[in-house]
Design a protein. Structure first.
Length: 126
């Protein structure tokens, strides 16, 4: 049942990402990654709001999985990163929280660059 919850949530989240991102580009233009920024900020707000709300409301575990892992996971992983960073900081694990923030941003950009360079090197003749 867990896998099915993730799959259903993931399908919904991916479709919503496509729709919201497309809408943002239509309304705000394509000169800046407005679509990505929009889904990341909406997803971050939703994960914070729902996480707090679900602390006070009884929600079935598979529903949580559908929403958090499947839905918001497919909508944006940035929201999960934000929640995990906040939880580390909130729990007083400041070094780990800052390490997660800096590591995810700096290493994320570095790995995008390394992937680009590796693809260019491997696919140069194709």
């Amino acid at each position: 049942m867990t896998w099915l919850s993730i799959a259903i949530g993931g399908a919904i989240g991916a479709l919503l990402r496509y729709l919201v991102s497309g809408w943002a580009y239509v309304w705000l233009g394509e000169g800046f990654p407005w679509g990505t920024l929009s889904v990341n900020m909406i997803g971050s707000f939703l994960i914070g709001f729902l996480w707090r709300w679900f602390d006070q409301v009884a929600i079935a575990p598979n529903t949580r999985t559908l929403i958090f892992v499947g839905g918001l996971g497919a909508f944006t992983t940035f929201s999960t990163y934000g929640l995990e960073s906040l939880n580390l900081l909130r729990d007083g694990q400041y070094k780990l929280g800052l390490l997660n923030i800096l590591g995810s941003n700096v290493l994320g950009i570095l790995f995008v660059f390394l992937g680009f360079v590796a693809a260019r090197a491997l696919l140069i003749n194709r």
